[in-house]
Design a protein. Structure first.
Length: 631
């Protein structure tokens, strides 16, 4: 770990210049062998990468050192440049890389991946790197660590709105141990950036309160000196705009946008390597690589701290589940005064009930305003750095609007806890733009996310404590309206003090032999009322609360199927919600039963949710009618 304390020496510059020449050759070789990739931007960014990785407080022996500096590369398509740099500096095996780049069994994918030593954050979706950098830098603050976070970005992605959100967040929270370096080569896929989409990069950063430095981006002394200045500035986040040339080092590639994402042809490769004075040994690399066993790597995620989850509270009357969530978070703040917990809000603290936590732990609460895209990424990046991280927001903003960001969090195996309130027709008068009716289906497409939708205030209390103690990505769906307390037939609390939440476990609220109705969340009381009406007519229906609509336990499902009629009832599109889960499992397990799906079939209008349920067939009478039709 050389650091940036001293000026760079002439001998060090010569060493980096030689590495840069070799890396440019590696970039050309690996992309030519793969037949695809992004050589142009890799060659314009390589001098930045070499300067950072050679001098930041990180080394091949310290890629998991908690005090290491963090380097985030936002334009992940420059993976040939990042990997070539890491190989020449000893982080990864050089021969493995050249042969296996972009191959199925290789860790060296087309866009940079966290499973490669020295890579902190998987990227590829442009515009998210600065948000992730904010998360890494916040982790240092919340844990009392003295490391610096560097974010390398392209100029084309500065057109992304998420970048502006992250700039403002960094300035508001004085995230000054953060330095951005922009590879300003003026070229993107379709041509010059000034023609594709003009962006006032310097002016935008200045307007948001950043310090701006401008340098020639292929001069190692200038890059090193600018980084030294940025690190020494304790009062501002700094951005270094580095003027570079795409395809730098090979004359026929320079300033040509076609080489942004095209590998060289065989003749071009020969010509380029000759110009770089590098041997063309591609045939030998391919021959030796056929039987090579590629070194595999694994993600490294900082362990989450132990959390005292407190004691569940019993609720005796109807309550807003979001109030229960807010009260649990206040309690967790009180019983875990030193534990690194972070809560994010997007201008909805009163509605999603994070304001109580904010009062108790103001330095751990981050109000990001209407900046959901950046918040999703910042919170996700923070969560892999040993900080228990929660983000609460309305469903349409926390899931629908930021699906791409949640997907990248999933790929990065984050530990984010998303509290999604205001779901389905239950949102009521706000109307169709705010009726989040597809959130289960969206989460279904994320391999590492789990979802919980509690059935009443008491189950909410238990479930929040459970979720907060678990690693991984979680979504908890909470209704806008109050929910009554669920009780057994003899009046006891269904979710009392002796209850223990288990992910995927269904709860038989009422037993019955004629049919079985699966439901969850705000629709549970409706189904229980329907059960009473059916009972009065001599129909014995089982009512099953399925708080984990993506995972239903096998035993309960088989028991339900024996009735001959399985009904799903939900405030959601059934073909992507619980209805889809149940139908799929019945088919996969070759169970014989009729399946009826009750749910949302169109965008709703504005009114109180009870009126919307009645209009769109989700009220008690509609449930009774549908059940009787299929018995």
């Amino acid at each position: 770990m050389h650091g940036f304390n001293e000026r760079i020496s002439d001998s060090e510059i010569k060493k980096l210049q030689e590495f840069a020449r070799l890396c440019r050759g590696d970039i050309i070789k690996m992309t030519t062998i793969a037949g695809s990739g992004h050589p142009g931007g890799s060659m314009s960014s390589i001098d930045i990468y070499l300067t950072l990785y050679a001098h930041a407080r990180i080394s091949p022996d310290a890629v998991h050192d908690i005090s290491r500096d963090r380097i985030i590369v936002s334009h992940g398509h420059t993976s040939p440049g990042v990997y070539a740099c890491l190989a020449r500096l000893g982080f990864i095996d050089h021969d493995d890389l050249l042969y296996s780049f972009r191959k199925a069994d290789s860790p060296y994918e087309g866009h940079i991946e966290r499973n490669v030593p020295g890579v902190e954050w998987t990227t590829g979706n442009l515009g998210q790197g600065l948000s992730a950098g904010c998360g890494f830098a916040l982790a240092a603050r919340l844990q009392g660590l003295d490391y610096h976070t560097f974010v390398v970005m392209s100029d084309g992605e500065q057109a992304k709105g998420q970048v502006a959100e992250a700039r403002r967040f960094a300035r508001k929270y004085a995230i000054n141990a953060l330095t951005v370096i922009i590879d300003h080569n003026h070229i993107q896929i379709s041509g010059r950036t000034e023609q594709v989409m003009p962006v006032n990069i310097k002016e935008n950063f200045l307007a948001d309160g950043w310090r701006v430095l401008e340098i020639p981006g292929h001069d190692f002394a200038e890059i090193h000196g600018a980084v030294r200045q940025a690190i020494s500035d304790k009062n501002n986040p700094c951005v270094i705009i580095a003027e570079t040339v795409i395809g730098k080092g090979v004359s026929f590639m320079e300033n040509k946008h076609e080489y942004h994402g095209r590998a060289l042809k065989k003749e071009e490769c020969e010509k380029a390597l000759k110009e770089l004075n590098i041997e063309n040994d591609i045939e030998a690399i391919c021959a030796s690589g056929k039987d090579r066993k590629i070194t595999d790597h694994r993600h490294h995620t900082a362990p989450l701290p132990q959390l005292k989850i407190g004691s569940p509270k019993q609720h005796q009357k109807e309550t807003h589940p979001r109030v229960v969530f807010g009260n649990v978070m206040k309690e967790l703040a009180q019983v875990n005064p030193e534990t690194p917990i972070a809560v994010f809000d997007c201008d909805l603290a009163e509605s999603v009930k994070t304001n109580g936590f904010a009062e108790l732990r103001p330095h751990n609460f981050f109000e990001a305003g209407v900046s959901e895209h950046s918040t999703a990424t910042t919170a996700g990046a923070l969560s892999i750095n040993g900080v228990i991280t929660v983000w609460a927001d309305f469903g349409v903003f926390a899931i629908d609007e930021v699906y791409n960001q949640l997907r990248l969090n999933d790929i990065n195996q984050t530990n984010l806890k998303v509290i999604a309130t205001h779901l389905g027709y239950n949102v009521g008068p706000d109307g169709k733009t705010h009726h989040c009716i597809d959130y289960i289906g969206l989460i279904r497409g994320l391999f590492g996310f789990k979802i919980i939708i509690p059935g009443d205030p008491n189950q909410t209390d238990h479930a929040v404590r459970y979720m907060m103690s678990q690693p991984g990505n979680w979504v908890m769906g909470i209704s806008r309206s109050k929910l009554p307390v669920l009780t057994t037939e003899d009046g006891k609390l269904s979710y009392g003090m002796d209850y223990k939440f288990e992910y995927g476990k269904c709860d038989m609220l009422r037993d019955g032999k004629d049919c079985a109705i699966f439901t969850y969340g705000p629709v549970v009381p409706i189904v229980l009322s329907a059960w009473k009406k059916l009972k009065d007519e001599g129909i014995k229906a089982a009512v099953i609360n399925a708080p984990c609509p993506l995972d239903v336990d096998q035993g309960t499902l088989e028991r339900a199927a024996h009735t001959g009629l399985v009904v799903t009832c939900e405030d959601h599109i059934p073909t992507t919600g619980l209805g889809s889960t149940i139908a799929n499992l019945i088919s996969l397990n070759s169970l014989t039963t009729t399946v009826v799906q009750i749910g949302i079939g169109e965008y709703g209008s504005s009114d109180e949710h009870v009126n919307l349920y009645r209009k769109y067939g989700l009220d008690v009478d509609a449930v009774v009618r549908r059940v009787k039709e299929h018995l």
